[in-house]
Design a protein around this ligand. Structure first.
Ligand code: FAD
Length: 408
């Protein structure tokens, strides 16, 4: 059989993998299969310009069709892979077709976690993961529209900013005590909260949405377990993403909160690789496995994994976890994913915000979040990698550039 790489899932990861496979000299056949009927697209604008109606969903397309044609890629869109047979080295599609492969890249991403409460099927209640989700929501935002965002993670907060800027009356409900509970220190979350709350977004933490009520099939009210009744025309559910591991699990690959891969993206089968949101990968700088939902991670991990698939034995993904988030005029970058920290030092002015939060564990820099200060990220990364123990007072002094502390 000629060399055939099957890429399953047609998102950001897949688009990057195609590019890198050819750059790395892979000359065999590439077949790209995606369940959605679209060319691979970037999801980040879905909660921003696409939701706002300021950009066409087509603007999210990573590469046009010619890109794939020029690289000799066979596109199979709108089709789902139902099963992988590792013995026969075939994949079965939902139209009954069987495709042969010599290597597979699982780039199956994740899907929006449903809330699992009554009324979730009412018109006006939607998750925000796909192009279709964003298109369904976007025409409805505007002055007078009452929006309840369920979930105070990155996507919920991005949608909050977009709805607010479209003139909507916005309420955000978060089940935990503070925003960004899975991904940020409370001090970092507080900066985010002040930004939104002082513009008039109602933020309700420590409260769980337990149902939706409607009239004639259309949402009217969001219910919380502490007996609030929030009038709403739209509810955007943003309570996390569930990695698509079912295909890998059914094929007998190691999974557990993501498809388990090493730093080269290799699964428990040496000819099957995985990258992007669907993976739980070994991160050399952290010394443990991690699962990320991050645009930059998807692209950069895909590059490394594609090189490994093309035969580069040195390929190894050793980047620190990184996420960016645009929320109105606030741009946030977060680097590192510490499991523990005991101090958060804030440089700059959090209420504008124009600041960088540095997280320390026993004096050692383990993570950072920058607010409208993207230039601090490189220095923060160097501090984390060096396991730097900077002088705390110098760390607080925003007149001293962060990179001056790297050797401190
Ligand atoms: C609204 C939104 C905003 C975001 N904003 C940011 C941001 O500001 N910053 C940031 O860092 N990250 C952001 N992200 C996260 C980022 O978009 C993801 O990390 C990235 O999309 C992951 O790409 P992926 O290709 O791994 O997975 P996906 O984009 O999920 O693509 C996987 C594709 O595989 C398909 N698939 C699954 N199973 C099968 C199968 N069996 N057969 C065929 N196809 C299959 C899926 O349908 C999907 O189309 C955002 C995500 C969303 C949803």
């Amino acid at each position: 059989m000629s060399d055939t790489i099957l890429i399953i899932g047609a998102g950001q990861t897949a688009a990057q993998a195609v590019e890198t496979l050819r750059e790395a000299g892979f000359a065999g056949r590439i077949v790209l299969i995606g369940a959605e009927p679209y060319l691979p697209y970037t999801r980040t604008p879905l909660s921003g310009d696409v939701l706002a109606g300021a950009a066409s969903p087509d603007a999210c397309t990573v590469h046009d069709e010619a890109f794939y044609r020029e690289r000799g890629v066979t596109l199979v869109l709108g089709r789902r892979v139902l099963a992988l047979d590792r013995g026969a080295r075939t994949a079965t599609l939902d139209d009954g077709r069987t495709l042969a492969w010599s290597k597979v890249l699982l780039a199956t991403g994740a899907h929006a976690r449903p809330l699992g409460v009554p009324g979730e099927d009412l018109a006006g209640v939607s998750t925000l993961r796909t192009r279709d989700d964003a298109v369904g929501l976007r025409g409805r935002l505007g002055p007078g529209c009452r929006v309840v965002v369920v979930g105070g993670g990155w996507i919920g907060l991005q949608a909050t900013a977009t709805a607010y800027e479209a003139g909507c009356d916005v309420t955000l409900v978060e089940a935990e005590e503070h925003l960004l509970p899975r991904v940020a220190a409370p001090e970092v979350a507080l900066v985010v909260r002040v930004f939104h709350a002082t513009r008039g977004v109602r933020i309700i933490c420590d409260s769980r949405v337990c149902g939706f009520e409607g009239r004639d099939g259309q949402l009217t009210t969001v219910l919380t377990h502490d007996r609030r009744r929030l009038p709403a025309d739209l509810a955007i559910i943003a309570v996390g993403a569930v990695p698509h591991t079912e295909l890998a699990a059914a094929a007998g690959l190691a999974v557990g909160d993501g498809i388990r891969v090493d730093a080269a993206g290799r699964t428990s089968d040496p000819d099957i690789f995985a990258a992007g949101d669907c993976t739980r990968f070994f991160s050399p700088p952290l010394g443990r496995t991690v699962r990320l939902e991050s645009w930059r991670n998807a692209r950069r991990q895909a590059r490394v994994v594609a090189r490994a698939m093309a035969g580069d034995d040195t390929a190894r993904f050793d980047e620190l976890p990184f996420v960016h988030s645009d929320q109105g005029s606030m741009h946030i970058d977060v680097i590192g994913a510490p499991e523990a920290w005991d101090q958060v030092m804030m440089r700059g002015t959090p209420w504008i915000p124009d600041c960088t939060a540095v997280m320390l564990d026993h004096g050692v820099v383990v993570g950072a979040a920058t607010f409208n200060r993207p230039d601090d990220i490189a220095a923060a990364e160097a501090l984390i990698r060096a396991r730097a123990v900077p002088d705390p007072r110098a760390l607080l002094d925003a007149s001293i550039p962060l990179d001056a502390l790297v050797t401190g």
